[in-house]
Write a protein that binds this ligand. Structure first.
Ligand SMILES: CC(C)(COP(=O)(O)OP(=O)(O)OC[C@H]1O[C@@H](n2cnc3c(N)ncnc32)[C@H](O)[C@@H]1OP(=O)(O)O)[C@@H](O)C(=O)NCCC(=O)NCCS
Length: 160
């Protein structure tokens, strides 16, 4: 299930973002608890002001925290407004969870977000990011230098 990610998720999100097995694939690497706390607070403001943001991905039966995914405002990428991302806890990789959650998040995002394109960035060390994004309907653009690193840029666009 998807629930807006917020400060109540701090313990679980901090554990996910502190795991180098996962975060080596994400630009910026591991995040400490204070950084995660600021991110969650910013995400709560985003939900309030924009009506969209990052979701906590939880097991529908147990409620266990599996990961996070959704939209964030992006300013560092040319011709882009929002960035989609998904990060799944290492134990749950390769079970189809990101595909299921990612499709639901992007489908729902077109109802919440008025723009015509959603972008995504993949770190060069992420083997999974590209195939995952292609699977949920994204297409590859030219790489761009973002936050000091050459990242793979992907986008998907509103139909019709
Ligand atoms: C990318 C990520 C979200 C995928 O999560 P997941 O739940 O394991 O993904 P799924 O099980 O739904 O797999 C979807 C597809 O992604 C690709 N994929 C997943 N893991 C992969 C890996 N280790 N190597 C290559 N491709 C991989 C495959 O095409 C897979 O489909 P398949 O299993 O039928 O071959 C997860 O690996 C992750 O959190 N990585 C770190 C953060 C990141 O790189 N995010 C992507 C940027 S948006």
């Amino acid at each position: 299930m998807l629930l807006p990610l917020g400060s109540a998720d701090l313990d679980e999100a901090a554990a996910l973002f502190a795991d180098p097995r996962v975060m080596v694939h994400v630009d910026g690497g591991t995040r400490d608890r204070a950084t995660t706390s600021r991110l969650l607070q910013a995400n709560e403001r985003c939900w309030k002001n924009e009506g969209w943001g990052l979701w906590a991905i939880r097991d529908a039966t147990s409620g266990a925290f599996i990961g996070q995914g959704g939209l964030q405002r992006i300013t560092e990428l040319q011709d882009a407004d929002v960035e989609f991302s998904a990060i799944i806890g290492w134990r749950n990789w390769r079970k189809g969870i990101a595909t299921e959650a990612g499709k639901a998040i992007v489908y729902d995002a077109w109802e919440r977000f008025t723009g015509s394109q959603i972008h995504a960035l993949v770190h060069p060390d992420s083997a999974a990011g590209g195939p995952f994004l292609r699977r949920i309907g994204f297409r590859r653009n030219d790489d761009q230098l973002v936050r000091g690193e050459m990242l793979k840029v992907w986008h998907t666009q509103r139909l019709g």
